[in-house]
Design a protein around this ligand. Structure first.
Ligand SMILES: *Cc1c(COP(=O)(O)O)cnc(C)c1O
Length: 402
C-alpha cells in the first residue's frame, strides 16, 4: 500500500486519494482501466497509425464481441447518442453531415419514452438535440404504451432512443422488443443507450439497430463510447467525424485501448471478480451488523448486471445521523470514501465493490465504523436539511475553480 501511495500520481497532482465504492462514476474517473488496455495505450501513443485502419480494426473487435455487423469508437456514450441520431438523420449524405445541427428538410423527429428522459450527468435529450434531433416524448413519466409510440410516429420521425439504466423509471415502460417492433414497422431506427450494461448481445437481439456502450464503465477501457450495429448505420456514424463528430473524436490511444479492453473482456475472470466482490460485501455486512440504526442488505443490480451491492439503510433516530450526512462524512478527510448516494433521500446509500483495489474494502469498513461511532457520541442528531445539501452542491460547482 505504501509503495502504491508513494508512486501515486494523485499525490503528485495534489489530489485526494479517493476510494470509489460508488460504482463506475464518470465524476470519479469511471473505472479501473484493465492492464492490457493501459499497456496498449502507452505503446501506441508515440506511434503513427492510419486512423481509418485503426477504426476498421476496432470495428472488427466490436463486431466479434457483440455479434453486430460493425462497430465504431467515439468519445463517450453520450457522444455516441448524438452521433447515432446524426447518422439516422443524414444517412451518408456528406453535405447534410456538414450542415448539422441544421437539418433543413430532412426528417429529424426522435422518439423517447418520457420515463427514459433521465440525466446521466447531463440530459439524454440534449444529446439528441445537439445532433439536430427534435425530441418527441412518448407517454408520461410513469407510464408509456405501444399505442402512444405508434401514434407519435409521423413522416418526420427518423429514430427512437431507448435507454437501459438504473436511472430510468423501472415500471410501466414499453419493453425493448415491443418498442423495436413498433418502430421497425414504420421504418424508424432504434438506438439503444446501454452505457453501463454488461450484456453485449442482448439489446441487438431484442431489436436495436445500434447499441451504445461506454468503453470506460464495466469494460474497463479508456474514456470512450462504443457503437455496435448494422454496417450501413455504423458507417453513417463514422462519417459524422466529418461533422459534429469531429469534436467528439477519440484518439489513437482511446481506440487501441478499447480494442484491447474488449479482447481482455473475453478472458476476464468474471467468477474470480465476483468472489472478490462478495468477500468485500460480506466484510461490510459483518462490520455493520448490530450497529444502532443501520440495516445492511446485499441487493442485486437493478438492470440485471452480474453485480451485487450493499444497501445501507439508516434510521437517523437510532444512528444519530442521516444516510446523506453519513455519505458526506465518509467523503471528507484525507482518505475519502465515496459511496453511491444518488438515492440518499430515501434514507439509504449503496456500497459498490466493483471498482476497489485490493485492501480498500478494509479502509471502507474502518471509515464506516469511525463515522457511525462519532455519530453515536454526538450530542445532537447529525441532520442537514436536504435542500441545504443540494444548494451547497450547486454552489460548489458554480464556484469552480475556486
Ligand atoms: C454513463 C451513462 C451515459 C453516459 O456515458 P458516457 O460514456 O460517460 O458519456 C449515458 N447513458 C447512461 C444510461 C449512462 O449510464
Amino acid at each position: 500500500m505504501n509503495d502504491k501511495v508513494a508512486g501515486d500520481i494523485r499525490a503528485q497532482l495534489g489530489l485526494r486519494p479517493v476510494i470509489n465504492v460508488s460504482g463506475t462514476m464518470t465524476s470519479l474517473g469511471a473505472s479501473i482501466v484493465v492492464p492490457e488496455a493501459v499497456s496498449a495505450i502507452t505503446r501506441v501513443l508515440s506511434e503513427f497509425v492510419e486512423m481509418g485502419d485503426l477504426h476498421r480494426r476496432a470495428s472488427t473487435a466490436i463486431a466479434e464481441l457483440t455479434g453486430a455487423e460493425a462497430g465504431f469508437v467515439t468519445a463517450s456514450c453520450s457522444a455516441a447518442i448524438s452521433l447515432a441520431v446524426a447518422a439516422a438523420i443524414t444517412g451518408d449524405n456528406l453535405w447534410a453531415i456538414e450542415q448539422l445541427p441544421d437539418t433543413g428538410t430532412l426528417r429529424n423527429e426522435v422518439l423517447i419514452q418520457t420515463g427514459h428522459m433521465v440525466s446521466y450527468g447531463a440530459p439524454v435529450e440534449q444529446a439528441i438535440r445537439i445532433a439536430g434531433g427534435k425530441v418527441v416524448p412518448i407517454g408520461q413519466a410513469t407510464s408509456a404504451h405501444a399505442y402512444q409510440l405508434a401514434g407519435a410516429i409521423t413522416e418526420r420521425t427518423v429514430a427512437a432512443v431507448f435507454v437501459v439504466s438504473h436511472h430510468v423509471v423501472d415500471y410501466a415502460q414499453i419493453p425493448l422488443k415491443t418498442f423495436a417492433e413498433v418502430c421497425h414497422a414504420r421504418g424508424v431506427k432504434v438506438i439503444v443507450d446501454a452505457a453501463s450494461e454488461y450484456d453485449l448481445r442482448k439489446f441487438l437481439a431484442d431489436g436495436a439497430d445500434v447499441v451504445l456502450y461506454s468503453g470506460h464503465k464495466f469494460l474497463g477501457g479508456p474514456t470512450s463510447g462504443i457503437c455496435a450495429g448494422d454496417k450501413d448505420f455504423v458507417r453513417n456514424i463514422y462519417l459524422q467525424n466529418r461533422g459534429i463528430g469531429r469534436g467528439m473524436k477519440v484518439g489513437k490511444e482511446g481506440i487501441a485501448g478499447v480494442i484491447t479492453a474488449l479482447e481482455a473482456w473475453k478472458t476476464r475472470d468474471h467468477d474470480g471478480i465476483r468472489a472478490r466482490e462478495r468477500a468485500a460485501l460480506d466484510l461490510w455486512v459483518e462490520t455493520l451488523d448490530a450497529r444502532p440504526g443501520v440495516i445492511a442488505r446485499i441487493v442485486p443490480d437493478p438492470t440485471d448486471n452480474p453485480l451485487d451491492r450493499l444497501k445501507v439503510a439508516i434510521d437517523p433516530e437510532a444512528a444519530r445521523i442521516t444516510a446523506w450526512d453519513l455519505a458526506s462524512a465518509m467523503a471528507r478527510g484525507d482518505r475519502p470514501v465515496i459511496v453511491r448516494d444518488h438515492e440518499a433521500e430515501h434514507g439509504h446509500f449503496f456500497l459498490d465493490p466493483c471498482n476497489l483495489h485490493p485492501g480498500e474494502e478494509t479502509v471502507v469498513a474502518q471509515r464506516l465504523v469511525e463515522e457511525l461511532e462519532r455519530a453515536q457520541r454526538s450530542n445532537e442528531m447529525i441532520f442537514t436539511p436536504l435542500a441545504e445539501r443540494w444548494l451547497a452542491q450547486e454552489a460548489a460547482i458554480l464556484n469552480w475553480p475556486d
